[in-house]
Design a protein around this ligand. Structure first.
Ligand code: F3S
Length: 745
């Protein structure tokens, strides 16, 4: 916890965020109305306390960190091997297979962790967000995580934000990390949950109110009397799925439930420190909002009347109260049966979640019932798995036919090797207690309808196998013919016998740097490649660029760097660059991923870019509006830069991608006159005028582009948003080059 805090009343909420400003005066005054209203305007420069990385995104984060030549990370950091583990037959079979299949990536991550002093959570040790909650999150902490659901840690009073690898590197090297000051969305909780309603239903309901974009640019801050009735892990579930409404992050104030959770997870000293702050009249508002705090928007949820919800299919904001779900299924003609109920994951595998589900299973077993759909359980960590094993919760699930998967992401991230006979493209339903339900998310089948609900509701519904079953009102016939009706589930927030530790081989390795360790990257690897620093900007204008491609219409980060099968190359920049812009539409021909060289030779876009890279021909891309919208995928900036891209000239940019381009040393320019888009064609020769001066003056001045074709020159006026820092990134070749240079100085 940082001792200093912003005392001004206008920063009443999210005080934790502002207490992590690198330079409060500069941050709060930059580009704003003299600091009077910074929300949504100021670019905050922040110094997070910690970084957590999952295995898929950690690869590029570490490869970039390595180019800075530092002996260790500047802040504590952890790596969690969770995303590359398949769920199929159960943990005992699945884990060794997944480790064997991803050995070189895990070896790389482990060796880098040892060298740079990063705590390493081996495959099967747990899912990043559950491990963070159990070990690292704390009231007042600010952390970054290379995963969208990093805000899960907000359940324990931390500001935790999901970022890309290059952003994580900022924190790892102690450079300030930039964030647009979020607006504050207050969610006032009243009343108390009871019966079937669970913390999951708070966020399922909120997602319905806000929609998937309604939280964009907001920090969601929970407040009100209902907060004190929730368990710590329940609050984490609500924060976790704040990502589903696009929020920057979500946070709960310090709450009485934090104390027993911290104590049970062996962090009694933090519990006492937080309690002391909360009791102090001078400091108590460091961990909660001031009374009368101003919110940009407020939504109220009454927990006492909240119904269980089911959200989906295909989008997490299609939210339906349980009592209305049956009629919606019938109206929409959704499948009336479902093939599998999957509970657990980073979102919902707490002791409370699992014991409430266990109690449902016990009720059903006592009535002689067996699940009618497949039933999978994913514990979020080895600690929770071992505790549930000791307390016989897992044996209760197993006796009912449940399959306990590895402590890893598995089916939540598409790593589900489904063994039932559902064919690709065949409409079918599943129920999960996960957080995302986009098409193809779980089993790679875009026709699978994933409905999101609480684990206890899913467990009960699994016994009917029917999407129209409402356990609050409906009965199931037992083998004896007697109808059986579930009672509302009961569970325990925390294990009365404390948490079990788990097996020794699934414990983390402490973060102690060891310079003698060699980071393992095989030169023949197809999945990992060390990064060479990008060359610095020349001490001259760029005189002979060529237009590689003129893009027509939408160009998202997925258009620029496709996901799916390409994800396995996330640590290998040359290989993943083979997908560069493959979704882009050619403005001249309407073809997708078809480019033409100066002599008319036809090829794919990445092939032309590679050929030009070999020839030393640097290039620019011309595009339309909102270039780089979609997920903040840093590869969409890294790949063009690797292949020789210098400028992206667009009608407009998505903000995060524009920043990512500058960080990788690419200059994003917009047309001063949009109609000038029509003046450019593929293969045109382009020279910059004024760019070097702009970069050298820290972003002052304008850039013109001189287009040469048919013996004629045309001048195109452009606009840019290069700040002083960003100009320095481009001059150095990339933000990392600058960091490395500063680190050596
Ligand atoms: Fe993993 Fe799914 Fe959570 S992919 S981190 S379990 S959202």
């Amino acid at each position: 916890m940082r001792a200093h805090a912003i005392q001004a009343g206008r920063f009443a909420n999210c005080r934790i965020l502002y207490s992590h400003l690198d330079n409060p005066e500069e941050s709060l005054l930059s580009g704003t109305n003299n600091g009077k209203d910074v929300r949504g305007k100021a670019n905050l420069k922040l110094k997070p306390d910690r970084v957590a990385m999952q295995d898929a995104s950690a690869q590029m984060a570490l490869l970039q960190f390595m180019t800075c030549n530092l002996p260790s990370t500047a802040v504590p950091a952890s790596i969690h091997c969770d995303h590359m583990i398949v769920g199929e037959k159960g943990a005992d079979a699945d884990l060794p297979n997944s480790i064997a299949g991803n050995k070189e990536v895990f070896d790389f991550l482990e060796s880098a962790a040892k060298k740079y002093g990063i705590e390493f959570w081996p495959p099967g040790a747990g899912i990043i967000h559950q491990s963070v909650l159990e070990n690292y999150s704390a009231p007042g902490l600010m952390m970054l995580g290379t995963d969208s659901h990093t805000p899960n840690a907000g359940g324990l009073g931390a500001i935790a934000i999901g970022v890309g690898g290059a952003d994580a590197v900022d924190a790892l090297v102690d450079a300030p990390w930039e964030l647009k000051a979020p607006k504050i969305l207050g969610v006032r909780l009243e009343g108390e949950l009871s019966g079937w309603a669970s913390p999951k239903d708070v966020i399922l309901n909120l997602a319905g109110q806000l929609t998937v974009r309604g939280g964009t640019g907001y920090l969601i801050e929970y407040f009100g009397p209902g907060v004190n009735t929730l368990s710590c892990t329940g609050m984490a579930t609500a924060c976790n799925m704040g990502a589903e409404v696009g929020a920057t992050t979500s946070v709960f104030p310090f709450s009485p439930a934090h104390v027993p959770y911290l104590e049970a997870t062996h962090r009694g000293s933090i519990a006492r420190a937080a309690q002391q702050i909360a009791n102090s009249p001078e400091e108590r508002n460091l961990l909660r909002a001031d009374s009368g705090a101003e919110y940009d928007k407020v939504i109220t949820i009454n927990l006492s009347t909240l119904e269980p919800h089911i959200n989906g299919p295909f989008t997490p904001d299609l939210s339906t109260p349980l009592s209305k779900f049956k009629s919606l299924v019938e109206e929409k003609d959704w499948p009336k049966t479902f093939g599998a109920g999957l509970i657990g994951s980073c979102t919902n595998s707490s002791y409370q979640d699992m014991t409430r589900s266990e109690e449902i299973v016990k009720q059903a077993s006592a009535a002689g019932l067996k699940p009618k759909a497949d039933f999978f359980i994913t514990p979020g960590s080895e600690q929770i798995r071992a505790t549930l094993d000791r307390d016989q919760t897992l044996s209760t699930f197993a006796a009912a036919g449940g399959v306990v998967l590895a402590n890893a992401c598995g089916p939540c991230i598409g790593q589900w090797s489904r063994t039932d006979d559902v064919k690709k493209g065949e409409a079918n339903a599943i129920l999960t207690s996960y957080n995302r339900n986009f098409p193809g998310r779980n089993d790679g089948n875009r026709a699978t309808m994933n409905f999101l609900a609480s684990p206890e509701l899913i467990t009960a519904m699994t016994y009917s196998g029917s999407t129209t079953f409402n356990p609050m009102t409906d009965s199931i016939p037992t083998p004896s013919g007697k109808p059986f009706k579930f009672s509302p589930p009961k569970g325990s927030d925390l294990p009365s016998g404390g948490f079990a530790e788990g097996v020794a081989e699934l414990q983390p390795t402490p973060g102690v740097p060891d310079p003698s360790v060699e980071v393992v990257v095989s030169p023949s690897s197809t999945r990992l490649a060390l990064l060479d620093p990008f060359p610095a900007f020349p001490n001259s204008e760029l005189t002979s660029l060529r237009v590689l491609y003129k893009v027509k219409g939408q160009c998202t980060t997925d258009t620029i760097s496709a996901a799916g099968p390409w994800l396995k190359y996330k640590g290998h920049l040359p290989n993943i660059s083979e997908n560069t812009l493959i979704g882009a539409v050619n403005a001249a021909t309407d073809e997708v991923n078809v480019a033409y060289d100066v002599d008319g030779t036809k090829s794919s876009i990445p092939d032309l870019a590679k050929r030009w890279k070999e020839q030393g021909q640097e290039w620019l891309v011309v595009a339309e509006h909102n270039y780089g919208e979609g997920s903040a995928r840093e590869h969409a900036a890294l790949q063009p830069r690797y292949l020789g891209g210098r400028i992206i000239l667009a009608k407009s940019f998505a903000r995060i991608h524009e920043t990512n381009l500058k960080k990788q040393g690419i200059v994003p320019l917009t047309f001063a006159n949009e109609a000038d888009y029509d003046l450019l064609d593929a293969c045109d020769e382009v020279a910059t005028r004024g760019l070097l001066d702009v970069l050298k003056s820290g972003g002052k001045g304008e850039v013109e582009l001189v287009v040469k074709k048919g013996g004629k020159e045309t001048v195109i006026k452009t606009k840019h948003t290069l700040s002083e820092d960003q100009s320095a990134f481009v001059l150095a070749g990339s933000a990392l080059n600058l960091l490395a240079r500063n680190a050596m100085a």
